[in-house]
Ligand binder design. Structure first.
Ligand code: PLP
Length: 440
């Protein structure tokens, strides 16, 4: 299979008259020639819109900018472009301008959970650190659509230093997730500096990078980049394939370079109506991913961001997809289906139900085939009362890093023996407000 095929050569020639074959695989060339307007898109793909369609599309692009790499455009099947998953993810739809009552600009409240600009500290031990606000391709389904291409959000070196400073003075943070935009839009040297700074922080155990480069611009994965990343291990990378058609010989090569560098690879897909809302498509995707040493990590329910309504499916579609995978295929090929809680509660996993009923002695379960089965609970389990005095415990937990200030939170606190709490009550519970009033 040729990596630079004649179709790609045709596209390259429309972008630059004296195109040299080698430049197609130069990521800077790809970025310089990214397609950013409707007219250029028409020229490159040969797809023609009516004047009316063009006007509507121009309006959409004014609100949510367009940018696609020549590489990603070359994957569009121009004969059937209207149903093409690459086209739908990269080309604007006039439906983006339809805003519904429940749509939000920042549904995950990332800006609210932000102690310093660019850092979202939502979970106890890890942070999301947006180090770039630009991408090589603007995904039409981007949850951070509000920030795409917005010059006000470009993180400068001062902001990045402030973010690193926050991580340095917050010892609970053991996992830093670089995101954006796409962190791999930064130069090797700049990223090297950021990773190096984070690596000087003793409590940071792992660094993760979220990038769509292996999908939309695989030539970004160069030997220089790999050599640089290897200096900062343990580095984990999560990428974002949504459809099996995105797995090409070029993206396979990029993935194998990353995997050979000892970087564990994960994939986060978004469930998108008209793109991958089908168990067969998703199964084919996860099989291709694991063949290329990428572990499917999350399948996201589409967020409530403005401009995404036409991509949303009911949650039932996600459950149906997971139902078709668990048991039917390799356990490590099945992603966790999650809903990122509107308002900023973090990711909530959702699964089909497997427990049908239970008593104190028996649990009744069903498997993926519909077989109903019984598990006998142990007769002789001595419940251990945990007072969280770990130094006196018979279980082995003699690690020097054991945190003796450990506190359970949320449901974990209700389950814990050492906590007195018996309920979690939402704010402004009228019944309890009546109690306090009558006590006065
Ligand atoms: C997704 C996310 C993380 C990482 O979550 P994991 O479940 O550990 O992958 C961290 N912070 C924020 C704000 C996130 O949205």
């Amino acid at each position: 299979m040729s990596i630079f095929n004649t179709h790609q050569q045709n596209i390259a020639e429309k972008l630059e008259t004296d195109v040299k074959k080698s430049k197609w695989k130069d990521w800077h060339w790809q970025l310089k020639h990214a397609i950013k307007d409707i007219a250029m898109f028409e020229k490159v793909t040969g797809i023609k819109f009516t004047q009316h369609q063009r006007n509507e599309l121009e309006d959409t692009v004014k609100k949510f900018p367009l940018s696609v790499t020549p590489y990603y455009i070359s994957l569009i099947d121009t004969n059937e472009y209207e149903m093409d998953p690459i086209f739908k993810q990269s080309f604007p739809s006039i439906n983006e301008l339809t805003v519904y009552e429940h749509d939000m600009t920042d549904p995950l409240a990332e800006d609210k959970d932000s102690p310093v600009p660019g850092v979202t500290h939502r979970y106890p031990d890890r942070v999301l650190f947006t180090v770039s606000n630009i991408c090589s391709m603007y995904c039409r389904h981007c949850t951070r659509k509000r920030k795409v291409g917005d010059v006000d959000y470009i993180p400068n070196k001062g902001m990045i230093k402030a973010g690193i400073q926050y991580i340095r003075k917050t010892p609970q943070i053991r996992d830093v997730l670089l995101s954006g935009g796409d962190p791999l839009m930064l130069s090797d040297d700049y990223l090297d500096w950021i990773l190096g700074e984070i690596r000087t922080i003793p409590h940071v155990e792992v660094i993760r990078i979220g990038t769509r480069m292996p999908v939309v611009l695989p030539y970004r994965i160069t030997t220089d980049l790999i050599e640089m990343l290897k200096k900062h291990h343990p580095i984990w990378i999560n990428t974002h394939f949504n459809h099996p058609r995105e797995i090409t010989s070029s993206s396979k090569e990029a993935l194998s370079m990353l995997a050979d560098a000892g970087i564990p690879l994960g994939n986060q897909s978004v469930l998108l109506a008209g793109v991958n809302d089908c168990p067969r498509i998703m199964k084919s995707l996860v099989h291709k991913l694991v063949q290329n040493r990428v572990r499917p990590y999350y399948l996201y329910q589409c967020d409530l961001s403005e401009g995404l309504s036409h991509f949303r499916t009911p949650i039932g579609k996600g459950i149906e997809i997971i139902e078709s995978m668990i048991g039917h295929t390799s356990g490590f090929a099945v992603p966790t289906y999650v809903i990122d809680a509107p308002g900023g509660g973090g990711k909530i996993p959702v699964m089909p139900y497997y427990i049908i009923s239970w008593s104190t002695n028996k649990v009744v379960l069903r498997n993926y085939e519909g077989v109903i089965t019984m598990y006998k609970e142990p007769d002789s389990y001595e419940p251990i009362f945990c007072d969280r005095k770990c130094d006196k415990c018979e279980l082995y937990l003699k690690l020097d890093s054991v945190d003796d200030e450990y506190r359970a939170t949320g449901i974990e606190e209700l389950l814990s023996d050492a906590d007195e709490r018996i309920s979690l009550v939402p704010e402004h519970n009228l019944r309890l407000e009546r109690r306090t009033n009558s006590e006065e």
